[in-house]
Design a protein around this ligand. Structure first.
Ligand code: ZN
Ligand code: ZN
Length: 356
């Protein structure tokens, strides 16, 4: 698994005519080595794979990154990283343009005189298509989220706060093996439902309110992401109408997620479906995003998507929403796997309107 990832990375080095790359982004340290910690760099060349860390992590790195030569630094991470580059004899070295902060870039440039250090690489692209190990972990993270949703239905009632709901969901996910929530749990009730990213507050949930729950589990580093909107009590006509429109857009998009589909096209179809119900103007964000080691990854389903064709093994969310200021909001979201023949929703919780 790590061998394959290193091979893909080395092919990129050949393409870019680089001797090595310095990996610094937390999730990419994990992806390319197996190591999970910070304050660490990887120096990867055609022949060598070196992990530079400090004494806090040496034992852990031995266990988690057995394919790497370990170098323990005592006088500074960047100094030691530069020393490794020099020792390998690299002339041209790439870096992660979206992860190496400017001060560290400047310092490394200073520490490696004579080395050409000016090529930013997009290593995240190599993580877009998930391997079977990753899909298994994401499937598990989705199962944990599903179980937390089932559990919370028995807890939500008028008078409990959004924060209490979030705490219970996060606790349940941990009980089931999650390391932490994949992101800050969103519990947006009543008028707050109009906030697409309304993280839980001390607001009390009221009778007749819609509650949007957007949450996920992180399992062994991998994220899940799901949203359900439920009604506390019997839904009124407008709540039900808008719910059905969002659900119809969500289900339509699910049928369109398949190999070859363009990110813009799937997004446009969901948008048109909401337009047909006169709700298009209330759907501000993109339809979906990929996820894996990070909660938001490329490719995207949106008006600005650059994804020309989905590929089997990609993960994508399908999450249309309607947000009406002064009324509230509804969103329904599944984490979806692109398969050889179409797609599979990895979230299995019921999507029909639940009235508690
Ligand atoms: Zn979400
Ligand atoms: Zn999402």
């Amino acid at each position: 698994m790590i061998e394959k990832r290193l091979a893909a990375l080395r092919a990129l080095l050949v393409n870019e005519q680089l001797d090595a790359v310095i990996v610094t982004k937390y999730v990419n340290l994990h992806y390319f080595s197996g190591f999970r910690g910070d304050d660490t760099t990887l120096v990867i060349s055609a022949e060598r794979a070196v992990l530079v860390t400090d004494s806090r992590y040496t034992e852990q790195a031995k266990m988690q990154a057995p394919l790497y030569e370990l170098v323990e630094q005592k006088d500074g991470l960047l100094q030691k990283t530069a020393d490794v580059v020099k020792e390998i004899g690299c002339q041209k070295v790439g870096f992660e343009g979206n992860a190496l902060i400017y001060d560290d870039f400047a310092k490394l440039t200073e520490l490696m005189p004579g080395v050409e250090f000016k090529t930013p690489l997009k290593l995240d692209v190599l993580r877009e298509i998930k391997d079977s190990t990753e899909i298994k972990l994401i499937r598990k993270a989705c199962g944990i989220a599903d179980a937390a949703f089932e559990d919370i239905l028995g807890f939500i009632r008028p008078g409990v706060t959004e924060l209490a709901v979030a705490a219970r969901m996060e606790g349940k996910m941990r009980e089931l093996g999650a390391e932490e929530p994949a992101f800050k749990t969103i519990v947006a009730s009543g008028l707050r439902g109009a906030l697409p990213h309304g993280i839980a507050t001390d607001k009390t949930i009221g009778q007749g309110e819609l509650v949007t729950l957007d949450f996920g589990a992180m399992y062994k580093g991998y994220c899940s992401d799901m949203t359900r909107t439920i009604c506390v009590g019997k839904a009124d006509e407008r709540q039900r109408e808008i719910y059905e429109a969002v659900l119809s857009a969500q289900k339509l998009a699910l049928t369109l997620i398949k190999p070859g589909a363009a990110g813009k096209a799937v997004d446009a179809a969901a948008r048109e479906e909401l337009d047909r119900h006169g709700l298009g103007e209330y759907f501000g964000h993109g339809l979906g995003h990929s996820l894996g080691l990070e909660i938001h990854e490329a490719p995207r389903l949106s008006r600005l998507s650059t994804c020309e064709a989905l590929v089997p093994g990609m993960l994508i969310t399908d999450e249309p929403g309607v947000y009406i200021p002064g009324w509230g909001g509804i969103r329904i979201e599944d984490t979806v796997l692109v398969t050889e023949t179409g797609s599979e929703a990895l979230i299995s919780s019921d999507k029909e309107l639940i009235e508690l």
